[in-house]
Design a binder for this molecule. Sequence first.
Ligand SMILES: [Zn+2]
Ligand SMILES: [Zn+2]
Length: 177
Amino acid sequence: MSFTDYDLNAVGMALDLASLGDGTLSYPDLVERQRDMFFEHGYRGEEHIQTRLAGIGRRIAGLLATPAEDDFLDALAILLAEQDCKPYLTRHDGVPHLHFARDAAPFGEWVPTMAVAGLVLYVCRHGRSRLRRCAAAGCGRWFADTSRNSSRRYCEHACASRTTVAAFRARQAKKTP
Ligand SMILES: [Zn+2]
Ligand SMILES: [Zn+2]
């Protein structure tokens, strides 16, 4: 299985929106994580649309958490149909590539359109088994597991090592009477 950066940029944005929506990622953290993606496309992460983005994020988090595959796909199709989504061939950075929102679309339109289209493309190619929530206590952010054997449980190294340290301390505490 191979993931191109472009696929992952858009699905990463969808997952960060999902984390924003269910309160595991703050808006400033989302802007920080998506800074390159936003800047490359002429956006700076305008704050006045964060409520709208959190709303879309809650929808994405809700559908990702839907157990039945058919219900999940139905909800995803509805969310896609609600976006002002159309394929555009763009060369905004000199390299021809596909966008799903027109160049210079309002930020509050561009983010959901690109994110939802990216999520749909990703799910059609790879399914959703690798889209999961971080297993670390107190985190719970959504991430795409791109590991070869699909075994990642944590969104980032910090969450994995925090969990390892906590498990070690718990074992030590058990040993000492
Ligand atoms: Zn682009
Ligand atoms: Zn995490």
